[in-house]
Design a protein around this ligand. Structure first.
Ligand SMILES: Nc1ncnc2c1ncn2[C@@H]1O[C@H](COP(=O)(O)OP(=O)(O)O)[C@@H](O)[C@H]1O
Ligand SMILES: CC(C)(COP(=O)(O)O)[C@@H](O)C(=O)NCCC(=O)O
Ligand SMILES: [K+]
Length: 259
């Protein structure tokens, strides 16, 4: 079976793919100090709890944090006796080569999201990923990533406010009932939530106008469900889009005889 690892700047998601479906998904915080042995203790414990008898023989990794890749490689070598495929490294083939400025290194998560979204929904897409940053990835009609937008993430914005202003507390994001807050926390939640609805709507509208052809908007990432509550921002919400993209890229490398 294939172990898919998606490391973002905040969380790392591990998923097991049995060849036809995702059989389990677990999330842990991203810490570059974590060793291969620590990952394995954590993962094998959760597999035991769920009574998953998966024999992992292949590993694919996408990481927006370069430093964690070393320990994830050791994990694959030591415990699963394989060399992992690492998205963004030259040895990992992509179904579609990105069309961006020469010398640009596109975040591997964005390449993976584009591959997963094109496989599920076809081309002419905007993929919105609500992670540490909120990314908008434009996927052309032929499936290539052709650019996008990077905005501060929802929690990153709230944390920024908290750190910059002495009187603003740490708050969790929620959807406020009203726009006009009558206490500090409500004011901050309103500012971030409704400001974000506007950010997403305006960004997508401007991308569509510039792109010049009808596009669909697909949302993913930890906080996407919060913004999928009747604001008509997205055409689809896909919780497992990044993991699906990892499966697609792994299969492509197999088909090409690269594994
Ligand atoms: N189910 C959830 N409910 C609330 N917040 C979440 C949930 N999942 C993730 N988050 C928060 O959303 C933000 C982005 O998370 P995530 O998508 O895992 O980011 P990344 O991919 O950049 O690591 C983080 O601040 C995280 O704490
Ligand atoms: C924009 C990102 C920080 C998003 O990462 P995430 O929120 O998933 O942790 C990541 O895709 C990245 O580091 N990108 C490199 C620059 C680029 O994609 O153009
Ligand atoms: K992400």
């Amino acid at each position: 079976m294939l172990l898919c690892i998606d490391t973002g700047n905040t969380n790392t998601v591990f998923s097991i793919w049995n060849g036809s479906e995702i059989v389990a998904t677990w999330r842990t915080s991203t810490e570059h100090q974590r060793t291969a042995d620590q990952y394995y203790v954590w993962l094998s414990t959760l597999m035991n709890v769920r009574r998953i008898e998966a024999e992992i023989t292949e590993v694919i990794v996408s990481s927006t944090v370069p430093r964690v890749v070393f320990n994830l490689r050791v994990l694959a070598n030591r415990y699963f006796d394989c060399r992992p495929l690492v998205v963004g490294k030259p040895e990992c083939l992509l179904p579609h080569v990105p069309r961006v400025d020469v010398g640009t290194t596109v975040g591997p998560d964005r390449l993976v999201n584009s591959a997963g979204a094109f496989d599920r929904y076809g081309g002419d897409l905007i993929v919105v990923d609500f992670g540490t940053a909120t990314t908008f990835d434009v996927v052309a009609g032929d499936g290539a990533y052709v650019g996008g937008v990077i905005s501060p993430g929802v929690n990153t914005s709230l944390e920024g406010l908290h750190h910059a202003a002495a009187a603003l507390p740490h708050v969790d994001v929620t959807m406020p009932e009203k726009v006009i807050g009558t206490n500090t926390v409500a004011c901050m939640q309103s500012g971030v939530f409704w400001g974000y609805v506007g950010l997403v709507r305006e960004t997508c509208n401007r991308i569509k106008a510039e792109y010049g052809r009808p596009m669909r908007v697909i949302a993913t990432g930890g906080l996407a469900p919060l913004f999928n509550q009747g604001h008509k921002l997205f055409d689809a919400f896909d919780e497992f889009l990044t993991i699906h993209g990892l499966v697609v890229i792994h299969q492509y490398n197999k088909e090409q005889g690269n594994l």
